[in-house]
Ligand binder design. Structure first.
Ligand code: OXD
Ligand code: MN
Length: 610
């Protein structure tokens, strides 16, 4: 079945716009999917401004988007999702590899034939009376060998407009694809948003993603979590690179020296804020440049170093908590040409969310479009409300962000939210130990995420919901990468969230984290000291520049303390975690743990701490 490049598609009776390609594999697939979903119209997206204006007008006319005040938020719109469709749905997300073992114990699995049959039934006629948009896109700089092409077929104009911000979308993608059949095949149909008919299925062997029954970001903007991470990690294993849930930033020293780091934090640990961090005034001359805030694709360069690109073109960030204090660059980034989802609206045509600067207004329209009064029990903005903003709005966007070669990574940082045990910063002894720190990464839940506070959830490399294959095999791939990287980045663990005995945060966080980042970069360049502990290197008091910061030597010691007692407990829990992942966890990681236990067990502190 082919869709021919004519104005009426002979095979489906759908009217079709003219595609700018002669790729017959692509036509055949679009035709096949159109035959299944039966749209009234097929629109090939070209990514032009005229198209954006036309689709935005259509979205406004049909109530999908609400324009905001053009003076307060030029080019900005608000969208409200169905109240039952406000977040990623991990329990409805499946990896459809031929065997369950390939998906591993941390993923939901469905046999590919069963998944195609089940979702095929849901897709059958699902676009009747609707338009199918053909959205070609590139993840990564258009001319980069790192990059991948995807095509998403969707019946949601909201998806098209978001994909236009989040990816390099349209004609450039078709040009890059040419006549190749190497593209990700994504199909998305909104259906009636019944959660019983909601599935996000990944077919790594077919480079295919099928998503039904949702209209929410992470489930339907298929380039992001689905392609760039789940399918990406699978391709990375196959092709010898890494697709990671990591921000990428550049640190510029007062002397103008640049160092690049990649960092993985589980959701809700302030990744976007870290990627856009503004150093405190006392750290004059230091600048942080954002390369990416969520995903890093990393390959070994000809020089034997690890090079990273950000495959995305926009930020799909959590709005609540974003303010001038926590992230002034994000505030500027979202000042124009931004799509907001599920935030509250003010009477004068602006947006509002919990934690934004200024007084809470007396009255708002809440994220469900209902009148809201100050002091009401329900939140006006949904805790997972979002902004979709182009990277080019970011005043601190790295000039390297679109470099086809990427940026050379000097340090990899893993971080979580831990009230105890994990020091402010810890440097691994070597790559294997660093991979161990990533594999056992954990973070404590916040109320926003689960309703329960302080439960430790292991989230290896922050990839638990995003690894497209078996976790133990993924660790093996990380270890194997060491043999390809002659000059590997140093690996660190950080924790901004340690508390004292009274439950107060020990470290001020936010922009002050640049002090830790400086130590990390200096360690990576082997030009600053540290103290060796049985579980890694930590800074001594004089190693971190604390000038102008009101933190006593005692508190810095609490922040960087490695307690033998806490670590013995931690190592035991890490052992249980690794065991729970089954037989594919590399023996080297188990051995690494045994070494750490042995080193800790003989540590004199253990006796002292009692
Ligand atoms: C995200 C996430 O939305 O990690 O980026 O949950
Ligand atoms: Mn993320």
């Amino acid at each position: 079945m082919t869709t021919t490049p004519t104005n009426t598609d002979a095979t489906t009776n759908a009217s079709a716009s003219l595609p700018a390609t002669t790729n017959t594999t692509l036509f055949e697939w679009v035709g096949e999917m159109a035959k299944l979903t039966q749209p009234d119209h097929i629109v090939w997206c070209d990514g032009s401004d005229a198209e954006r204006r036309r689709l935005t007008e259509h979205a406004v006319a049909t109530g999908v988007l609400k324009p905001l005040d053009p003076k307060k938020r030029p080019g900005c719109y608000l969208s409200r999702s169905s109240p039952n469709d406000v977040a990623r749905v991990e329990h409805l997300t499946f990896i459809c590899t031929p065997t369950k073992e390939e998906a591993g114990p941390t993923n939901n699995w469905m046999a590919p034939a069963d998944a195609y049959a089940k979702l095929g039934k849901l897709f059958d006629g699902s676009m009747k009376g609707r338009t199918m948009y053909v959205v070609p896109y590139v993840m990564g700089p258009v001319d980069s060998p790192f990059s991948k092409v995807g095509v998403e077929l969707t019946d949601s104009v909201y998806v098209v407009l978001n994909m236009r911000i989040m990816t390099r979308m349209g004609r450039a993608a078709l040009e890059r694809l040419g006549d190749s059949n190497d593209f990700n095949r994504g199909v998305h149909s909104t259906l009636d948003l019944d959660p019983e008919k909601r599935f996000i299925c990944h077919f790594p062997e077919d480079n295919t993603i099928w998503s039904v029954g949702s209209g929410y970001g992470g489930n339907v903007l298929l380039g992001k979590k689905c392609l760039a991470l789940r399918i990406g990690s699978y391709l990375g294993k196959k092709e010898g690179w890494l697709a990671e849930h990591m921000l990428i930033l550049g640190v510029e020293s007062p002397e103008g020296q640049f160092s690049y780091v990649a960092a993985a934090f589980p959701s809700a640990c302030g990744k976007t804020n870290f990627a856009m961090m503004i150093p405190p005034r006392r750290f004059k001359g230091w600048k942080i440049w954002t390369v990416g805030d969520d995903i890093a694709w990393m390959r070994v360069g000809d020089d034997g170093r690890l090079w990273a690109v950000n495959p995305e073109n926009g930020y799909f960030g959590v709005a609540p908590g974003t303010s001038l204090k926590s992230n002034a660059n994000a505030m500027q980034t979202t000042a124009k040409d931004t799509l907001f989802t599920n935030v509250a609206a003010t009477a004068d045509g602006d947006v509002w969310w919990d934690g934004i600067d200024g007084e809470v207004p007396d009255e708002l329209t809440d994220w469900q479009g209902r009148p809201w009064k100050k002091g009401a029990a329900d939140k006006a903005s949904h805790p997972n409300s979002r902004f979709t903003a182009p990277v080019t709005n970011n005043p601190m966007l790295s000039r390297e962000w679109d470099n086809p070669a990427g940026v050379p990574i000097s340090a990899i940082i893993f971080g979580g939210r831990r009230a105890d045990t994990v020091p402010l910063v810890l440097q691994s002894f070597n790559w294997l130990h660093g991979v161990y720190l990533g594999a056992t990464l954990g973070s404590e839940t916040t109320a926003a995420a689960t309703g329960k506070v302080g439960i430790l959830r292991r989230d290896p490399m922050a990839m638990l919901p995003f690894c497209g294959y078996d976790m133990g095999t993924y660790f093996g791939h990380w270890l194997a990468m060491r043999h390809r990287i002659q000059n590997p980045p140093k690996i660190f663990l950080v924790n901004w969230f340690r508390k004292d005995e009274e439950g107060k945060f020990v470290w001020p966080g936010f922009g002050e984290n640049v002090r830790v980042l400086k130590w990390i970069v200096d360690r990576a360049r082997v030009r600053i000291g540290g103290r060796e502990t049985p579980v890694g290197w930590v800074p001594r008091e004089g190693d971190v520049d604390l000038s102008g910061l009101d933190i006593s030597a005692e508190r810095f010691e609490i922040a960087t303390k490695v307690s033998a007692k806490e670590w013995m407990k931690e190592l035991e829990s890490q052992g249980e975690w690794l065991a729970s992942l089954g037989p594919t966890v590399p023996a080297a990681l188990h051995k690494q743990r045994e070494l750490l236990v042995a080193a800790m067990a003989t540590h004199p502190d253990l006796a002292e701490e009692g």
